[in-house]
Structure formats: C-alpha cells, structure tokens
Design a protein around this ligand. Structure first.
Ligand SMILES: Nc1ncnc2c1ncn2[C@@H]1O[C@H](COP(=O)(O)OP(=O)(O)OP(=O)(O)O)[C@@H](O)[C@H]1O
Length: 612
C-alpha cells in the first residue's frame, strides 16, 4: 500500500480498540494479559519434565533389581515397568498441553503485534513511508513478528525444563554419590563457561550487522524486482544490478565474519554437551571410584542415564539461544516502528470555513540540516487552479504533499478554510482534500471497491459514472469479472490504467480541494484528452493545486508558481509571467524546445499527438 492509498484508507477506517497509541502499550503490557497462560505453561512443563524422569529412574531401578543377587521379585519388576510407562505417558500429555497453550499465546501475541503495527502504520505521518524501504517495512511486519515465536511458544517451556530436569536429577544423584555427581557436571560447566563468548559485544555487533545486511538485501531485491522491466527495456543491467550485487557481496562478507566468530564457540559447546563426551567423563570418573572400591558398580547406572539428561536441556537452550537473540532484536525493530510519533491530532477538531488553502511562511526539511522549502507564502483560492513549476529537486512534490498533511511544516503553517491543519483532524482533512499522485498503487480488492475507497457507500451507478469520466469504464468491462475483478488476482492493470482508476476515485470522492501531481503524465495521448476533460469538470469550484509537467496545464492555470531551490521565485498569471520574460518565461522556452527536440528525434509528430 502506498502513501496515497493509506491516506484514503484512513478516511474510511473507523477507530477501534486496537487503535490506541502504541506508546501506551509497552511490550511488558502486551505480555501481561497472558501471565496466567504462561504460569499454566510452566506448571504443565514442570510436571511433564519431572514425569519424564520416571522412565529413567525405572531403568535404574530395574538394573539394580535384575543385577542384585538372589531371586527376582516379579511383582516389583512389573510395578517399576508400569510406573515408568505411566511417567512417559504423563510427560507426553503434559508437554503436549504446555506446548499447545504456548502456541496459542504465541498466536495471540503475534496477532496483537500485527494489529498494533497495522494501527500504527495507519497513524504515522504518510510522508514517513516514502523514507522507508518497502522491503524493510515488510520484514518488520512479517518476519520480525514471526521471530517472536521461539520467545513466546518455546522459551518458557524450555527454560523450565532446562532448570527443573537437571535440578531433580542432581538431587537424586547427590543422594547416590556426591563425588561422581560433581564429575558428571563437568560437561555442563564447560558449556556454560563458553556461553559468555557468544554474548561478547563484538558478537552482538556482528549479529546486528548481519540483520542490517539482511534488511538491505531484502529492500534491494524489492527495488530490483520492481525495476526489472525498466532494466530489461533500457539495458544497463550492470548498473542496475550493482546495488543488489553490492548488498549481496556485503552480506556474504558479514556472514563469513559472523560465522567465523560463532562457529568455533558453537562447536566447542556442541562437543562438551555431546553424549559420547558426557559418557566418557562419567565412565572415567565412575571407573576410578569403582576400582578404588569407594562406589558400588550398580551405582554407575543412574549417572550414565541421568548424566545425559543433565546436558540435553542445556544443549536445547544453546540451540534456542540464537532464536531468542533474534527474537529480542526483532522486538527492538518492532518497537522502533511502534515508537514513531504520529502527527498530533487535535483534541477538539476545528471546522474549516470554506476551502481556501493558505501556506504562511512555511519552512520544511526532511533532515534538520537541510531545508527543502523556505519562506513559502501562498494562497490558493476556491475555484482556481494553481500550477507549480520548477526544476527537478526544487521542492514541488514536497510543497504539494504538505497540503494533505503528509508532513507538518518545520515552521509556519498550512491552513485550510482558515484552520491550521494541525487543528483540523485527519477525518475532516481527508474528506476535504483529495489527491492524485503519480505513484499509484491499487489495493488488492475489486475494481469497484478501489474506485469507491473514499466513498464506500457509493452505488454502482456512481462508480460507473466516474469510471466513464476517467475513461476506464470500457477497459473495466473487458476484465474477467468486470467491476468485481480483483486487482492483483484477476487482473494486473497498466500504470496508465491504474492512474485512471485513481482519477475515478478522486472524481467520486468529490473533495473540494484537489492536489494533483500531473496525474495524466503517463496516460497515452488519446485518453489524455478525455481525462483532462474529466478533471476540468472536477475542478469547478475546487481549490486545485497541480504540479505541472505539461505546457497545457500551465497555460490553463489561473496562477503559476515558479519554485527554485525551495523558494517561490515568480508567481502570477501565465500570460503575464511570459510577457515579463523572467525565470518562468525561460523555463517555458526550455520546455518547448525540449518537446520540439523530442518530436524531431522521433521523426515527426506521432499519430494522435499535437505538438505542444
Ligand atoms: N522523502 C524524502 N526524504 C529526504 N529527502 C527528500 C525526500 N523527498 C524529497 N527529498 C529531497 O527534497 C528535495 C526536493 O525534492 P522534491 O521531490 O520535493 O522536488 P521536486 O521539485 O518535486 O523534484 P522532481 O520534479 O524531480 O520530482 C530534493 O533535494 C530531494 O532529494
């Protein structure tokens, strides 16, 4: 969804309980409602883990009974076997229940995260999106939310098992032989001593670099794929691939550095916790105690069996460690998005008087040290069309984006009907200001719903009427399911078609202030005429602000405003400005000669196109 769609979607979104400011719901608060579930998960896990020891103890007891001299008590043997089996069954049921509840809580938390993010994305300044790479944002909402899974669904259970199983085993083993118990702990101690090496600041930094490089790959892939058609059409694939290749190369070198850092430590931990190593340590310790005559041979059995049980949960924790760290960093990135300050909404919105737009001494910069607009004073009267012209980078898009409040000015004010946009309330703002910018992306919804986005209650007749005005009706009828065709599923529309849908949307919204970024720029000459006519019917008593790329638009405007370096350098009626022979006249001439050059290069006037 792009900025335009978002703003339009805001118009029809109703406030919900999910729409509370993110800052009021910190992460701890997010988990608090599930505290009881976590407690139940932990209790079930404790019972399951303890029951899981029963089969091992049964084997130990069986060993002792069967190896002891004298007749074997059959009844005792079967009791031990049954108790072991019951323990196994209880463990199965309790851990399954614990895991089930853990996963349900995980599902709920992820849903809450996604709802909060969706609500937050609907609140952050629309202009914020243009600074965010699609890939990075998609990673936060998709992957990062999923990355909390191990933290919520597995960590509580694993932590409890990792604590309870070794503790119970240790107590039991201590009652048999404290010396061999200490020897059995050697592998665990070795592994635990290695853990801090995984948490060194350098490791954390490498991990962060790794994540950042992943993010850059994701966004360069998105950019690369989005631009692939242009690359194919115009060649120069080397240059266009470069960004993606650079991101991939950078990722590889960061990945190698990261692997070098963690692999030695991870291998050491794996070795220390591996069953052969544990058995070796226990056997060496046990053998020396038995040969010295200070321990009975049958007492070695519990150490061999439970010794492995001591290291298994630690090994599981080690495996989960990366996931847990990744979950922590993912939550950090989610928090970052949730912490973006929404544009302040007034407690008591003021109603605008009329729909004149006024910019008073407006200054704006995307970064603190770089002002893009300086001292802009401009009044747009109802019933007039104001065309903004100026060289690339002069601040035209930035200026028009202040009117639908994509950003707030750094100083000065933008007023609608005499009311500062900050006192207006977004509902009123988007009801009053409609905009058609060049970068149109449609929602994955039916064509009719896309047109009626701002007026969901519009009937089909109205939708068809505006579609006809925007010259897209016939094309819609050709689609597999007509107006019910779902964009992105049943049909993929061309850029020009998408623009005409967005023009139909603006026609239906019928807002008194219209901001256009020369929306017809990409439409073919045959339909341009029709769309131009449709837009002029739309203009009527409207306050229209248009970034003009075409000379007709400039010539038709009531006022032309010439921007240069973020300042208004000339303004007035087009004819007057031309007569003055100033900067605008120069700009006009350069545009004309550019068009003439183009026609000459193409070898004449293309069919259906008049020289401008
Ligand atoms: N989202 C953004 N973040 C940071 N800087 C930006 C952003 N958008 C634009 N700029 C910068 O602000 C300045 C004005 O850009 P703007 O797009 O408003 O100019 P423009 O006159 O509309 O240019 P064009 O005709 O090429 O679209 C440029 O220096 C541009 O690099």
């Amino acid at each position: 969804m792009n900025a335009t769609d978002l703003a339009e979607a805001r118009v029809q979104s109703t406030p919900s309980s999910e729409a509370e400011p993110a800052a009021e719901k910190p992460m701890k608060g997010l988990l608090r409602p599930h505290a009881w579930s976590f407690a139940v998960v932990a209790i079930l896990q404790v019972v399951g883990a303890l029951a899981g020891l029963a089969p091992l103890l049964a084997v130990v007891e069986l060993g002792r009974t069967l190896l002891s001299p004298g007749p074997i008590d059959q009844g005792h043997v079967w009791t031990v076997v049954v108790l072991g089996a019951v323990g196994l069954f209880v463990r199965l049921v309790f851990t399954a229940a614990s895991s089930g509840i853990g996963h349900v809580v995980d599902g709920k938390v992820q849903l809450t995260f996604r709802r909060q993010l969706a609500a937050q994305l609907g609140r952050v300044p629309i202009g914020w999106f243009s600074r965010r790479k699609t890939g990075e944002l998609a990673k936060v909402v998709g992957e990062d939310v999923s990355a909390v899974h191990p933290f919520i669904a597995h960590a509580p259970g694993e932590l409890v098992s990792a604590f309870v199983v070794p503790l119970a085993s240790l107590i039991y083993l201590l009652t048999i032989d404290w010396r061999l118990t200490l020897i059995t702990l050697i592998p665990v101690v070795l592994a635990v001593l290695l853990v801090p090496l995984l948490m060194l600041p350098a490791r954390t930094r490498e991990q962060e670099e790794y994540d950042a490089a992943m993010g850059r790959i994701a966004s360069s892939v998105v950019e690369f794929v989005q631009g692939i058609s242009v690359v194919k059409a115009f060649g120069g694939s080397e240059r266009s691939h470069r960004k993606f290749l650079e991101a991939a190369n950078e990722f590889v070198s960061i990945f190698f550095r990261w692997v070098r850092g963690v692999s030695a430590v991870a291998a050491g931990m794996q070795l220390a916790l591996s069953p052969p190593f544990v058995l070796l340590v226990v056997l060496i310790g046990g053998a020396s105690l038995i040969t010295s005559g200070s321990m009975a041979p049958a007492d070695l059995l519990p150490f061999l069996l439970l010794g492995l049980g001591l290291t298994a949960p630690v090994a599981a924790l080690g495996h989960g460690f990366d996931d847990m760290q990744a979950a922590g960093r993912a939550v950090g990135r989610i928090k970052e998005v949730l912490a973006v300050q929404p544009l302040p909404e007034p407690a008591r919105p003021t109603t605008p008087q009329g729909h004149a737009v006024e910019l008073r001494d407006v200054r704006f910069g995307y970064a603190e040290d770089h002002e893009v607009l300086r001292g802009i004073d401009l009044v747009l009267e109802p019933g007039t069309v104001t065309a903004i012209v100026g060289p690339s980078g002069s601040g035209k898009s930035t200026l028009v984006q202040l009117v639908p409040r994509f950003f707030d000015p750094t100083s000065g004010s933008v007023r609608l009907g005499g009311v500062d946009l900050r006192d207006l309330g977004s509902r009123e703002l988007y009801r009053t200001v409609s905009f058609v910018f060049q970068d149109v992306r449609l929602l994955r919804a039916s064509v009719a719903d896309n047109i009626a986005l701002a007026v969901p209650q519009a009937d089909r007749e109205d939708v068809v009427r505006v579609a006809k005005l925007a010259n897209i009706h016939d094309r819609i009828l050709e689609l597999p399911r007509g107006y019910e065709s779902v964009i992105g599923e049943d049909v993929k529309l061309s850029g020009g078609e998408a623009q005409r849908i967005s023009i139909a949307r603006a026609l239906l919204a019928d807002a008194p202030v219209l901001v256009l970024d020369e929306a017809t720029a990409f439409i073919d000459p045959q339909t341009e005429q029709a769309v131009r006519k449709a837009l002029s019917t739309l203009e009527g008593d409207r306050t229209t602000l248009v970034i003009a790329h075409r000379l007709e638009t400039v010539a038709d405007a009531d006022t032309v405003v010439m921007l240069e370096g973020g300042e208004i350098v000339e303004r007035g009626r087009p004819a007057d400005l031309l007569a003055q022979g100033g900067k605008f006249a120069e700009f006009w001439q350069s545009q004309r000669s550019a068009i003439a050059d183009e026609i000459e290069t193409r070898g004449g006037v293309p069919e259906g196109e008049e020289p401008r």
